[in-house]
Write a protein that binds this ligand. Structure first.
Ligand code: DGJ
Length: 694
């Protein structure tokens, strides 16, 4: 399948007369000791063409039909069949069907260029023959010009998600595999390939994201012809997909973005997500989640006190976390039994929900539908519903196992129990957790791997539960931030970025989580100190200034906070509400700064910008540098002032003491003298656009 047409479709400036010229310009030379026809690199690269890199499709019928030669049989542009001479540019979609009659296989390719300039593509393979065809891997790959040689992607672990790693792309393959059965705290997240030293504001960058919440791959590859690709797909376990006659396997969407600098790449993702019909349109409600306030200790009087305090400081959504159901008194029991515990909640959830609603707040409830404790009624009644292979149970993780949602009866039971809860109670929001990696995730009996089916079933379950209660929002949580991907976000409205709520760590985790998803979807809470996962203590300014740039929440037993602290907290919440249109709809800008200790980021729109200037480690040469505030209209003028200054920032400069008026170009150039700051201090700076007559 040739790339020519698709490359032409990407460029808005390409006119019909360029078509043939581009095709010829793209042609590979025939190389000495290479194949005798020009190599044509396809979206699903084919070995038979002489491509010596990884083939897009791997599979066979017991060793036959493993190297198909696909010919285009159907082509559709924007849903209309076309034959020859397609000339189009700008946003649109292409569907290509290709066949290898001899191998009895059909390949379907979908490519969409969105109005926001994001490209997404996926491939499917169908078995046309009577004999079964085993799919081992189906990847899509996109070409990247040879000047891009520097890779950036992400790794991490529980409480330290989305840590960047940079490395050169050398000859061969940089392959990031995920075998966790969930997106993973160490997911590649977004794999970027760019020109040397690319940053947030500059350097050409090409990026991909594999939108899949099960096992998956991101990869970059460079071969000795100088060609290089980035791409991805699902990681299939041995024998996981075997197609009978007429059956199709469809791989996940792989998203791709290109831009000058990482902010530009991120903006395409953000703009596309915001344009989706299901993107939350209402102001993102300030949330209080009770997990770190009470853990499993669900006492109504305490929770009612929390409800009162929450309402007083301006919380708009109150979330009851783990521990309300079945025999769930700690993390060893109860998962799988989705009914309200009569022991903990003798009058049901009504007294709590009524109190929450009486205060005008939304009510949210924690669930973990894909999981089961062996100490549960469900596992006792149906041990065969627990995922397993080799006639043995998988090693436990957080004392739990995985419920095989590919078994229709298991799926129906959890769906029906949760539907009943959703019908019975006025629930606005589910915090949907997933607290373990999938190990030995097969179906009892056959022992065959079932991660693919499990992933699809989880999506279906989310869709079905949303239908039970229209307007229901879902948060994607998985031991913190281990399920952050664009496919789960097609049916969820927020991610819990990390169980680490330590603001210093969140400065980094949130920064990079937003490389893929817009701030209004990133759950970011103000926590109590010492932080439960690090033991560190930070002042309220740093905790709050970090959280207000996301979907704001609180994770703190605020019944223990004093009146002064509550007043300050309320001040931050009020300010966030006043500014959330900009914080949640604006364009994200991040400053490229040579020293790791200073983190400057902001949100800008037509009205101006709000910036966070955070010192996250002890600075070297203090206070002598100049501080650029990027992203504002160069010609426009702005009134700049510090809206929140950490009270221990030393010696305010003139511009900190009183507002100052400067142009966007001047601010971007860095005319502001950087403040003297010590570690853990933060400033929130507002640049309000000055309009004539104001
Ligand atoms: C992991 C989540 O990330 C926490 O916020 C909390 O919901 C616990 N699970 C509950 O078990």
């Amino acid at each position: 399948m040739p790339m020519d047409a698709l490359i032409a479709l990407r460029a808005a400036e390409v006119g019909p007369s360029d078509w043939e010229a581009l095709r010829r310009a793209q042609q590979m030379p025939v190389m000495n000791n290479g194949v005798d026809v020009p190599l044509r690199l396809a979206l699903v690269p084919e070995g038979r063409a002489g491509w010596m890199g990884r083939p897009g499709l791997s599979g066979s019928r017991g060793g036959r039909d493993w190297s198909p030669r696909f010919e285009v049989v159907e082509l559709e542009v924007d849903g209309q069949p076309v034959t020859v001479g397609v000339h189009t540019s700008g946003a649109g979609s292409v569907r290509v069907a290709c066949r290898d009659e001899g191998a009895e296989l059909e390949l379907e390719l979908l490519v969409e260029l969105t109005p926001q300039g994001l490209l997404r593509t996926r491939a499917g393979v169908r078995n046309l023959g009577a004999e079964a065809y085993q799919v081992d891997e189906l990847l899509v790959a996109l070409p990247v010009p040879g000047q891009a040689r520097e890779l950036l992607d992400f790794t991490g672990r529980w409480t330290k998600e989305r840590q960047p790693q940079r490395l050169p792309l050398v000859m061969g393959e940089h392959r990031r595999e995920n075998r966790r059965g969930r997106t993973g705290a160490d997911a590649a997240h977004q794999l970027c390939l760019g020109t040397r030293g690319f940053g947030h504001a500059g350097g050409a960058v090409w990026a991909v994201h594999t939108a899949w919440s099960g096992n998956h791959v991101h990869y970059a590859e460079r071969v000795n012809t100088g060609q290089q690709v980035i791409g991805g797909g699902e990681l299939l376990l041995p024998g996981e997909v075997i197609l009978g006659q007429g059956e199709q396997y469809l791989g996940p969407w792989v998203y791709a973005s290109h831009g000058e600098g990482l902010d530009n790449v991120a903006a395409r993702f953000h703009d596309w997500m915001r344009a989706r019909p299901q993107h939350p349109a209402s102001a993102r409600p300030v949330t209080l989640n009770v997990w770190e306030a009470v853990y499993f200790d669900h006492r109504l009087d305490k929770l009612l006190e929390l409800v009162d305090r929450a309402a007083e400081v301006g919380v708009e959504r109150f979330v009851l976390d783990d521990g309300w159901f079945g025999g769930r008194r700690d993390d060893t029991a109860g998962l799988g039994d989705w009914w309200v515990s009569p022991q903990m909640w003798p009058d049901g959830l009504d007294p709590l929900i009524s109190a929450v609603k009486a205060k005008g707040m939304q009510f949210g409830l924690w669930v973990e539908p894909e999981m089961v404790n062996m100490d549960s009624d469900l596992a006792r009644a149906h041990p065969e519903w627990v995922m397993q292979t080799g006639g043995r149970l998988p090693v436990e993780s957080r004392h739990q196992q995985v419920l095989n949602l590919a078994i229709p009866q298991a799926y129906a039971q959890v769906r029906d129990q949760l539907s009943e809860i959703l019908r019975r109670y006025e629930i606005d929001y589910l915090k949907w957790d997933h607290n373990r990696d999938l190990v030995d995730a097969g179906s009892a009996g056959s022992g065959r791997p079932a991660v693919h089916a499990q992933t699809l079933a989880a999506y279906r379950l989310m869709d079905e539960l949303r239908a039970v209660r229209p307007g229901l929002e879902i948060e994607s949580c998985a031991s913190g931030g281990a399920r952050v991907d664009l496919e789960v976000l097609q049916r969820t409205d927020r991610v819990w970025a990390s169980d680490c709520i330590d603001a210093l760590e969140r400065q980094q985790i949130d920064w990079w989580t937003k490389q893929l998803i817009p701030p209004e979807l990133v759950g970011s809470h103000i926590a109590s100190v010492p932080f439960h996962t690090t033991g560190r203590i930070l002042g309220l300014p740093m905790r709050a200034a970090t959280a207000v740039f996301g979907h704001l929440g609180i994770e703190w037993d605020i019944t223990q906070a004093g009146p002064e602290e509550l007043a300050v907290l309320k001040g931050w919440i009020d300010w966030h509400k006043q500014h959330r249109a900009l914080l949640h709809r604006g364009r994200m800008v991040r400053l490229d700064w040579p020293d790791d200790e200073l983190r400057v980021h902001g949100m800008v729109d037509d009205s101006g910008g709000i910036f966070s200037v955070a010192m996250v480690a002890m600075p070297g040469p203090m206070g002598l540098g100049l501080l650029p505030l990027p992203g504002l209209e160069p010609e426009a003028r702005y009134r700049v002032q510090v809206v929140f200054g950490d009270q221990i920032v030393q010696l305010p400069q003139a511009w900190q003491a009183a507002p100052i008026e400067l142009s966007g170009a001047q601010l971007a150039a860095g005319v502001l003298r950087a403040p003297v700051m010590f570690t853990d201090q933060v400033l929130v700076v507002e640049a309000r656009r000055v309009r004539a007559g104001h």
